[in-house]
Design a protein around this ligand. Structure first.
Ligand code: SF4
Length: 463
């Protein structure tokens, strides 16, 4: 009986009978995207770690990578928190309205952190660089040039490394576009979000249809650049009609990728902090509308995007709120800036938790279940040189889920069959290690804070 299985919490067994719209696994947002309010590798239960401890962890991981004992794919994430103006719906760690001196201190801190980690990562070759925020192109061409010069001086990049940058219409001009080209950027995501006049009257200052069109033209004329355009539905004042119009506007411009998000009023948004909330019908309407764009995107030749960010086994995160994984040694994160001014150009503090091979295995499964509703056996084998079925850290909870009728577990991996976002979140928690459970209990950390608003990622089938 599932409900009496000691591995299955009673409420999860009962919740199997809940009805509701089956959430598309691929439609859930990425809990790894800083700031992390996800339910695993979560700074809310991490402890302070000294810089010396973080460097020692990377030294250990670098040795393991170089000797081939752990996977060698390593990414670099850089967080630039500044934006020209704030958006009330935004849940990223961002700070708006900072003056030039403060932004200079922000850049100094990033450059210092890159230089500090360079010596311990000699011999490691990075396959991805992600520059997100905030609005990284708010750095301007000169700032971007300095940052990329430091990245290349500090770390070895694979010749085919992906270099991805986030931008906005308000911060992209010809000099910035040139800098992206000169620095070898391969992929740009531009947040257009909405062109609805009622939305633009209070959000995304500096963006209108003309500036969005100009920015997109600049990007689309760069040969070989992988351009993604993000739209959002569910904002205050936004109508379904204007959302449909915006979707048509983007489709006519044929970027390689289109991302469609539902407004997700996480606790850190100014929207939620003002005491505002979305009721259940509003959330359902957002989810329905976003999911209804699928056939439209498909009719226009777009397909669900399989080429999204493949998480790297190790990740060096630099800047406020950036999260890091030194594979098998340490998970850590800088705290979010959370709107506070940057007081100096020093490296932000570290909050972390020791890792191990078993923790990495659990993390692999939790992230896979979160991002796509499944943890793939082939990827597991590639990362850990063993089968999922032979790794007790994940096979025991996987079998418990299967007995509860909430998942399939076979040679291809683990696939959730649980029907609702809440149920799926509970299913993921089966894989939490005792130390994570203890930390969660002792810190009283909030669980996953997303409303489960869908986000779709589509790319042109003809590319
Ligand atoms: S939505 Fe984009 S531009 Fe607006 S505050 Fe957030 S990161 Fe900045």
């Amino acid at each position: 009986m599932a409900a009496t299985d000691p591995m299955v919490p009673t409420e999860l067994g009962d919740a199997r009978t809940l009805t509701g719209v089956r959430a598309s696994a691929a439609a859930l947002c990425d809990e790894d995207y800083p700031p992390v309010d996800g339910d695993y590798q979560n700074r809310t239960y991490f402890q302070p770690v000294a810089l010396a401890g973080v460097l020692a962890a990377w030294r250990r991981t670098a040795r393991l990578i170089v000797s081939g004992r752990v996977p060698g794919d390593v990414g670099l994430y850089i967080h630039w928190p500044f934006c020209p103006t704030p958006c009330a719906y935004c849940y990223c760690d961002r700070r708006a309205g900072a003056d030039a001196a403060e932004r200079r201190r922000g850049l100094d801190a990033l450059l210092l952190e890159l230089r500090t980690f360079a010596p311990v990562l000699r011999g490691v070759v990075f396959s991805q660089v992600q520059l997100y925020g905030g609005t990284p192109t708010d750095l301007g061409a000169a700032g971007l040039d300095r940052l990329f010069a430091e990245v290349r001086a500090s770390f070895a990049l694979r010749p085919d490394a992906s270099l991805c940058v986030e931008t906005s219409a308000a911060t992209l001009d010809e000099s910035v576009a040139r800098s992206l080209v000169n620095n070898g950027v391969t992929r740009v995501d531009i947040g257009v979000d909405s062109l609805d006049a009622a939305v633009l009257a209070r959000e995304r200052r500096g963006q209108d249809e003309r500036s969005a069109d100009g920015a997109l033209r600049l990007l689309l004329q760069i040969p070989g650049l992988d351009v993604g355009v993000a739209l959002l539905f569910g904002l205050e004042g936004q109508t379904s009609a204007s959302f449909v119009r915006d979707l048509g506007w983007v489709l006519r411009r044929r970027p390689r990728r289109i991302l469609v998000y539902g407004f997700d009023p996480r606790p850190q948004t100014a929207f939620a902090r003002s005491g505002a909330a979305l009721d259940a019908p509003a959330r359902e309407r957002i989810a329905r509308t976003v999911l209804a764009t699928r056939p439209v995107l498909e009719a226009a030749g777009y397909r669900a995007d399989e080429s999204g960010w493949r998480p790297t086994s190790s990740l060096l995160g630099v800047g406020w709120s950036a999260m890091s994984r030194a594979f098998g040694s340490l998970w850590y994160q800088h705290p979010p800036l959370d709107g506070r001014p940057v007081a100096d150009g020093a490296i932000p503090p570290f909050l972390g938790m020791s890792s191990s091979m078993a923790e990495e295995m659990r993390g692999y499964v939790v992230r896979g279940l979160f991002a796509g509703g499944r943890a793939d056996a082939a990827g597991f084998r590639a990362a850990f040189a063993r089968d999922m079925t032979a790794a007790p850290a994940v096979s025991r909870p996987a079998r418990a889920l299967e007995r509860a009728g909430l998942a399939r577990f076979d040679d291809d991996g683990l696939e959730l069959t649980a029907a609702t976002p809440a149920l799926r979140a509970r299913a993921r928690s089966f894989f939490y290690s005792p130390s994570v459970r203890r930390a969660l209990a002792s810190r009283g950390a909030a669980g996953f804070a997303s409303s489960g608003a869908p986000c779709l990622s589509y790319s042109r089938g003809d590319s």
